[in-house]
Ligand binder design. Structure first.
Ligand code: GLC
Ligand code: CA
Length: 564
């Protein structure tokens, strides 16, 4: 491992620009709003900021449908604002990475507008077309947002492929001109000084040339295309080409979003000897509470399965020269406190710190999603009309009209899983609209902003915010957090998540209680009878005995042992 690479001991903060901070009162977060809050992020101590898409877009999927890759969406600001942001980030010795969305464009992108004119148009082959007639779909693939992945265009008598909404046609990566144009877009931003990319659904670029029918999984809720699109035959060729022609010429970091990617496949993406990506986002821990209808379920995860997932990724990446990303949430996921912890009892703060502890001490690059450092929770809106997200609305229709599930059950799954849970405005103060906007916010503020907000957190030395600040400082000062080996303890224990990090000189023992009852953790032989020092803990009532510790409800602790 090249330990000098800066992204290995960096902590990334994800900003969802639309919901972060509105500087001009139109109810939509913007770039100037981000600039206003950079000192807050500096105080938290993060190294890198990742912005969700800010490019020109009709906003069918909140910016993941791009109509111009070289312009900023007017509601977010201008290119000049962006350059000011980049400068302001760099001045504060932080870095900025952008979202690269190149599996698909918007249907309003000039390439697609030209492509659908005629089969002879020079851009036709920028997209994926199949001959057919209106009665016969090319295959059974179901789109992520409901319905078929194929849309018929009368003008050319063909279907085009869209793995996501029909306003998000998939680019044809087989076409070398597409690849060269994408590389040019990347250089455009890198030459402005951007420090890397988060690459949207990058595992889906290469489709199986036969476009085979997919198995019907999760009641065909969505994503039957994964079978023929995830980790397709040429994906690693494309990424190596991209690396050779673009990435390797800059000092940057890359993280690929890789749905449906196993450890074995992720090793290929991230093995430093293969020159593809630095790290990927996998979804194995996000799938633990899926049921037969997929993500929108009321199922609760099982701790032993969660540990198994982390263990597999920790060991797999280390063994194969890969690198992990570590995350509990992002703009597509429910709030982790509601999902993996306790969101609204006297244990909220403790359980948020416990979740942070067990994640941040693992090997990899941690990602903090905006508001996680405050312990923001899911929002429980009473009406479907209060939700904005395309995925949520499609699921609502599908569950009620096609699956004939009750409205009550459907809303319950939406409270638990809607992407809007993560997208409610950032809670800055207990004032009007949580200090996010002086106008009407594009998505309602979570009513709990009166208790949960930045102002409150900064005034309370025991807040979740300061705990995250300490975790980040520890990552910068304790090399073992970056380089130490990982060893899971007590895999079948359904109450406590505990593991070791070790190197030649030192062993860390990390333990977090996921339950509302106290739990005893017996030290493994490797650290028994050795003197130890507490590194961090979320609770003053931890009882340390000679070779064990008793963790109160949702307690977490990290001990360091010297081993020579
Ligand atoms: C990714 C994004 C998600 C988006 C989808 C299509 O999963 O994170 O927000 O809807 O790709 O671009
Ligand atoms: Ca605004």
């Amino acid at each position: 491992m090249n330990e000098a690479e800066w992204w290995r001991d960096s902590v990334v903060y994800q900003i969802y620009p639309k919901s972060f901070n509105d500087s001009n009162g139109d109810g939509i977060g913007d770039i100037r709003g981000i600039i206003e809050k950079l000192d807050y992020l500096k105080q938290l101590g993060v190294d890198v900021i990742w912005l969700n898409p800010i490019y020109q877009s009709p906003q069918v999927d909140n910016g993941y449908d791009i109509s111009n890759y070289r312009e900023i969406a007017p509601q977010f600001g201008t290119l000049t604002d962006f350059i000011s942001l980049l400068d302001a980030v760099h001045q504060r010795h932080m870095r900025l990475i952008l979202d690269l969305v190149v599996n698909h464009t918007s249907s309003e992108h000039p390439w697609f507008k030209a492509a659908k004119q005629s089969k002879n148009n020079q851009y036709h082959d920028y997209y994926i077309w199949k001959n057919g007639n209106k009665q016969q779909l090319p295959n059974n693939w179901g789109s992520s947002f409901g319905g078929s992945t194929w849309e018929y265009v009368d003008q050319v008598g063909q279907y085009y492929l869209h793995l996501f909404a029909k306003q998000q046609p998939d680019l044809n990566w087989e076409n070398p001109k597409v690849r060269q144009d994408v590389y040019e877009i990347m250089r455009f931003w890198l030459n402005k000084g951007v420090d890397g990319f988060r690459m949207d659904v990058i595992s889906l670029l290469s489709k199986k040339p036969t476009y085979p029918d997919g198995p019907i999984i999760q009641n065909k809720a969505y994503g039957s295309y994964y079978y023929g699109a995830a980790n397709g035959p040429k994906i690693h060729d494309y990424l190596r080409e991209m690396n050779q022609q673009v990435l390797s010429h800059y000092d940057i970091m890359t993280v690929g979003e890789t749905p449906h990617t196993s450890v074995i496949e992720a090793e290929k993406y991230t093995d430093e000897r293969r020159n593809e990506l630095n790290m990927v986002f996998h979804f194995d821990h996000m799938h633990l509470d899926y049921d037969e209808n997929g993500k929108f379920s009321t199922k609760r995860f099982k701790l032993s399965e969660l540990k198994q997932v982390f263990n597999k990724w920790q060991l797999g990446m280390a063994k194969h020269h890969g690198w992990n990303s570590l995350y509990w949430s992002n703009h597509d996921q429910a709030r982790p406190l509601t999902r993996f912890g306790v969101d609204d009892t006297k244990f909220r703060i403790k359980s948020a710190k416990m979740l942070a502890t067990v994640l941040h001490f693992q090997q990899g690059t941690p990602f903090i999603y905006q508001g996680e450092e405050l312990g923001m929770t899911n929002a429980k809106f009473t009406s479907i009309d209060d939700y904005q997200d395309i995925e949520t609305h499609n699921i609502y229709q599908d569950f009620i009209n096609h699956k004939h599930l009750s409205k009550e059950y459907t809303m319950k799954t939406i409270y638990l899983k809607s992407r809007d849970n993560a997208r409610t405005p950032m809670q800055w103060t207990n004032g009007h609209n949580a200090g996010f906007t002086i106008g009407k916010p594009w998505l309602s503020v979570n009513p709990n902003y009166t208790r949960i907000n930045v102002e409150q957190a900064l005034n309370d030395k025991k807040s979740i915010f300061y705990y995250y600040q300490r975790l980040i400082k520890l990552r910068h000062s304790l090399p073992i957090m970056t380089t130490g080996d990982f060893e899971l303890l007590d895999p079948d224990n359904e109450q406590v998540f505990s593991y070791l990090r070790r190197n030649q000189e030192q062993i860390l023992l990390i333990a977090g209680n996921f339950s509302g009852k106290s739990a005893q953790v017996i030290f493994p032989t490797a650290v028994q009878n050795r003197s130890c020092k507490q590194i961090i803990s979320n609770d003053n009532h931890i009882i340390k005995n000679d070779n064990s510790v008793v963790l109160p409800a949702y307690g977490a602790v990290v001990y360091s042992f010297n081993v020579n």
